[in-house]
Design a binder for this molecule. Structure first.
Ligand code: SF4
Ligand code: SF4
Length: 424
């Protein structure tokens, strides 16, 4: 797999790659939640390929065991749960770890100025004595430098998302904004981003798996784009994988929900949004926005939500592209219907001009249609050695060697014609 030039491999930390110091057998994964709705946690536990269970039970060959520290999924509570976080923050964990951050990062100084906090987990000791909630933004700052990788899970962690929308009072931002352009993990990686509100669970676990394979020395560093997104997931627009894209191409659009056509006139932003949900589905290859009748509101994109609001209103560009699709489609659709009609005919039906379906009446091709099909077939086979009714040499061989069969075929044809007449 090629690494893009934008994925730096060296930095001030002089990274030590896993396969230089021997394969890594265990990796701690610290999940932190900032300004979050916990939707990314829900998405992650719904992942199927691979599942969280497969990762923590080391069921994927070659992968290190993942020791997951997650505030919602953990069995431990209180100090027993927090102790590994504190150790990692103090640089005393003595093991390889990655940081998974969910939610956006608030500017905790705003809250501190009034004696509060926005999002926190555990307690930290104050220098002058006493304790206070340990903001997850501070924990991120403390854990990130020694982490093998820092992964922003979801649009809030990647770009800021809903908590960073215009008018917010927390100055919320993504992990990348918080740690800065020059941040590199202990292995020299900038922040990795898996956007989506919530992201597809499999996108989360697959990215973690790819990074773990790299850490274990059994895989290359996966390819990330210039914004740190897994390139193989976010290179394409959702529109290119949408099951309704054929309707868009032929210029047929839904004008209300529940219809099968393209949803662009109801406000779908799919043609410009980088997301793989139409191809991958939401959980276990099922569901996913337009697969279940929903429009794309651009939830994976850095501009979300403001750049795509108001939702459920057709994007401005739809007028030009939609009109162009309608014009092309009005010409292309009838032509395709002619070819489709021919594809729906057997040779026998063409010959007898009779379609013996008990399900409904199907018109036999009329003279004009037969002429079109004749010339269509000529063009279809031109430039190839294929002859629709056999080559001259083939016909000659058949005529001399199979005269009995030709006679039988003639009689069969007559019987078929007779049946067709009786059927009416
Ligand atoms: S529904 Fe959206 S993504 Fe699908 S074809 Fe229409 S515009 Fe494209
Ligand atoms: S299709 Fe659009 S709304 Fe749906 S997950 Fe992808 S980016 Fe978000």
């Amino acid at each position: 797999m090629d690494m893009k030039a934008t994925t730096p491999l060296t930095n001030d930390h002089t990274p030590v790659f896993a396969n230089e110091s021997g394969p890594i057998k265990e990796v701690h994964a610290f999940w932190l939640a900032g300004m979050s709705c916990d939707g990314c946690s829900i998405a992650a536990v719904g992942a199927k390929n691979p599942s969280v269970e497969q990762l923590i039970h080391q069921q994927i060959p070659g992968l290190p065991k993942v020791i997951l520290h997650h505030p919602v999924l953990a069995v431990e509570a209180g100090h027993r749960f927090m102790e590994p976080y504190y150790k990692a923050a103090r640089g005393e964990l003595g093991a390889t770890y990655v940081v998974l951050y969910e939610g956006s990062v608030a500017d905790e100084q705003i809250a501190k100025d009034t004696g509060g906090y926005f999002s926190a987990m555990g307690m930290e000791k104050l220098e002058g004595g006493g304790w206070r909630p340990y903001p997850t933004a501070d924990m991120l700052r403390d854990l990130a430098p020694n982490a093998a990788a820092v992964i922003g899970v979801g649009t809030c962690a990647s770009w800021g998302g809903v908590p960073a929308a215009i008018g917010n009072v927390t100055h919320a931002m993504g992990v990348m904004d918080f740690l800065g352009k020059n941040f590199r993990s202990a292995l020299g990686l900038p922040v990795i981003n898996i956007p989506g509100c919530a992201p597809i669970g499999d996108n989360i676990t697959e990215t973690i798996t790819a990074v773990l394979m790299f850490l274990a020395g059994v895989g290359p560093l996966p390819e990330f784009d210039e914004l740190g997104r897994p390139a193989w997931m976010f290179d394409e627009t959702v529109h290119r994988g949408c099951p309704r894209a054929g309707f868009y191409e032929e210029g047929t659009f839904a004008d209300e929900y529940g219809q099968k056509e393209c949803l662009v006139e109801l406000g779908c932003w799919g043609p410009v949004v980088q997301c793989n949900i139409a191809r991958r589905g939401s959980i276990g290859h099922n569901g996913g926005c337009m697969n279940v009748g929903g429009i794309c509101i651009g939830c994976t994109m850095p501009g979300f939500p403001d750049a795509f609001a108001p939702f459920y209103k057709a994007p401005p560009g739809k007028f030009i592209s939609g009109t162009a699709s309608r014009m092309v489609g009005s010409f292309i659709r009838p032509l395709r219907q002619i070819s489709q009609r021919k594809g729906n005919m057997t040779n026998r039906w063409l010959k007898t001009e009779h379609i013996p379906s008990g399900w409904g009446h199907v018109d036999a091709p009329n003279l004009a249609m037969k002429a079109i099909h004749y010339f269509y077939k000529k063009i279809q086979s031109s430039g190839t050695p294929f002859h629709p009714s056999g080559s001259a040499q083939q016909r000659k061989l058949q005529a001399s060697g199979h005269s009995a069969m030709l006679e039988a075929e003639k009689r069969s044809d007559e019987r078929v014609q007779e049946t067709a007449r009786v059927d009416g």
